[in-house]
Ligand binder design. Sequence first.
Ligand SMILES: Cc1ncc(COP(=O)(O)O)c(C=O)c1O
Length: 392
Amino acid sequence: MSLNIKPANRLNTVSEYYFSKKLREIDEMNKAGKNVISLGIGKPDLPPSENTIKALNEESLKPDVHGYQSYIGIPELRKGFADWYQKWFGVELNPANEIQPLFGSKEGILHISLAFLNPGDGVLVPNPGYPTYMSVSRLAEANVISYYLDENNGWQPDFEALEKLDLSNVKLMWVNYPNMPTGAPATKELFDKLVAFGKKHSIVICNDNPYSFILNENRLSLLAAEGAKDICIELNSMSKSHNMSGWRMGLVASNPQFIEWILRVKSNIDSGMFRPMMVAAAEALKNTEEWHREKNIEVYQKRRVIAEKIMQQMGCTFDPKQVGMFLWGKIPDQYKDAGELADKVLYNAHVFVTPGFIFGDKGNRYVRLSLCATEKMLEESLERICKVLSTQ
Ligand SMILES: Cc1ncc(COP(=O)(O)O)c(C=O)c1O
């Protein structure tokens, strides 16, 4: 019997995530004794606050907390997110209907896309940008329109260029400030411009905001801009800010109508989060300024100093004012593209750095270093790179 089963056509629009392929190769190198240090993926390695773990342990010992939970999350968590937004971003959100907890912000990209985009609708996606905006838009069979971010424009959208596009069919625009991979900060002026642009063209603006706590003094939310809630959505995450990436804790916030549409998608896909994790996350949201400084920011600060030396050693230039959990640098002219430099460093120094092309072709001449490696690993990387590369 011959079976003729093919995957859905939409699978032809996406390929295996670059990191999943590259990590397999690195695994093979490690099996062959190469001891590769990865400065590639942004995988936070620090622990959550003690209160968070304690709350998880205590709550999970209870006999009656192991069943399905409500699709909208427990009230303590929703209130926790609302208080957190008020405290850190000065944004008022109604915990009853303007917040939806998520299994990390990444899944929200799918829910939002399915809630807003019909097949063929236009969606504006940044280049360079987090690859998931592009791949999920394609899976949703939307018409992806890339907009370019450029170093000379502070990696902000070029509104003049956007106005020249045919925007009549565009429903959604992805933005991500503080920006990954470029480290460009959010500014109030940018957020005001985005709200005006969204309202002028009836385009929903979605800001993905997981990096505002990392090496960034000026924490901003798009939803703080005047009138933003009418047309904007914000994704946020506890992955980086609270050292909880494996917990999969995030949220989407917007006006009640948008949240209701998103929930209509989400409630048909999963069946709620584990109650002890929600209780513990609500506890984590109370982490003090001191905790954030000592257990997160100061650690990244020290790592960043070494990362800058690595960039310099590779002959790359970078903006020292960058924020976030990565360092983004421009490669020297001698390399054909970032892939050539990344491969040279991987195969000769056994250090993995991310070539910028995975974020779109505008990243071709850049590499990204992750700060999710200990100081010791970063020092060792620097030493290895010094041995095999000269800055000449
Ligand atoms: C820009 C951006 N958005 C979203 C995410 C996903 O975060 P989460 O762990 O909340 O799903 C990441 C993770 O690396 C990211 O870099």
